[in-house]
Design a protein around this ligand. Structure first.
Ligand code: PLP
Length: 306
């Protein structure tokens, strides 16, 4: 039995619900060999009364853009993928916090690098999920690998093959005893974490690297920019130097899996006084309330499942 089948009963594959044990692919699946897939990471939050999926539509929109960038022809509209996600969550009957993983990938038929004739498959799985990074704060290392630039790959796509860049970076950070990696872009400016965007706070002003710093344009990043501005903070999207990260008063990471995670140490140096800063804590609390449907102002970001 797959370890996954202890966590969920049904997957959604190519339009139908499939028992977990049957949710399999052939070893000659194109995407397995060449990284020809695009995917999403989405969270669903159970607040005791209903399960709310956070920014589901925006995630599915990004997946369709990713597919276009990579050249995978997807025959689904955003609404169909949204409905399929709700269907698979309901089928599993989850009443707890979950992670949702849609993926579209080049299937079987060829070992050629030409994907124009390869069937594209789509799967959506969901399973119970807790914290990805320590919510009380992580120690990060600026690793020696650079984030893949947009002149080498369409990095606005959340594509499977691109993640090898993250895998080797995280391995380097972990090997040296850190919790997470930070990558510089090709120019030497701060880009992002292995699976998160980065923010710093200096003298009360919040800043995050721009889209041109080889980042994945995170949906949590977008949410945090909006929430912070709504709270009255100034948020700048601008290049950030390594030195500015080292000397920031506060720093944090954002991502669907990471949510808002304080950075308490960079390259062995404490960020601020080495504890999560007040603005980070405030944003963490606000974000937590929003995803749990406790803040009516942001209800349009939530899709109720039941
Ligand atoms: C490389 C990378 N950057 C940033 C993010 C944050 O994106 P989002 O907030 O949309 O989850 C992720 C996670 O999906 C990621 O993998």
């Amino acid at each position: 039995m797959s370890v996954w089948c202890k966590k969920f009963r049904f997957a959604w594959i190519d339009g139908s619900l499939v028992e977990c044990e049957k949710a399999q692919v052939h070893v000659l699946t194109h995407a397995l060999h060449y990284g020809t897939g695009v995917f999403e990471g989405i969270r669903g939050y159970w607040n005791g009364e209903n399960l709310y999926v956070f920014r589901l539509r925006e995630h599915m929109e990004r997946m369709l853009v990713s597919a276009k960038m990579v050249g995978l022809k997807l025959d689904y509209k955003v609404e169909q993928l949204v409905d399929a996600t709700v269907e698979v969550i309901k089928a599993n009957g989850f009443k707890e916090n979950i992670y949702i993983r849609p993926i579209a990938f080049a299937g079987e038929g060829t070992i050629s690098l030409d994907i124009s004739g390869v069937p594209v498959r789509v799967a959506i799985t969901a399973f119970p999920f807790g914290h990805y990074l320590k919510p009380e704060g992580v120690r990060v290392k600026i690793v020696s690998w650079r984030r893949i630039p947009s002149f080498s790959l369409p990095i606005s796509a959340k594509a499977t093959g691109i993640y090898l860049n993250s895998v080797v970076s995280l391995a380097e950070a972990k090997k040296e005893g850190y919790d997470e990696a930070v990558l510089l872009d090709w120019r030497g400016y701060i880009s992002e974490g292995s699976g998160e965007n980065i923010f710093i706070v200096r003298k009360g002003v919040i800043a995050t690297p721009p889209v041109t710093a080889s980042i994945l344009e995170g949906i949590t990043r977008d949410s945090v920019i909006k929430i912070a501005r709504d709270l009255g903070y100034t948020v700048e999207e601008r290049d950030i130097t390594r030195d500015e990260l080292h000397s920031a008063n506060e720093a944090f990471m954002t991502g669907t899996a990471a949510e808002i995670t304080p950075i308490v140490e960079v390259d062995g140096k404490p960020v601020g006084d080495g504890k999560p800063g007040p603005i980070t804590i405030k944003l963490q609390k606000e974000y937590g309330d929003i995803v749990m449907a406790k803040n009516k102002k942001y209800m349009e970001w939530l899709t109720p499942v039941y």
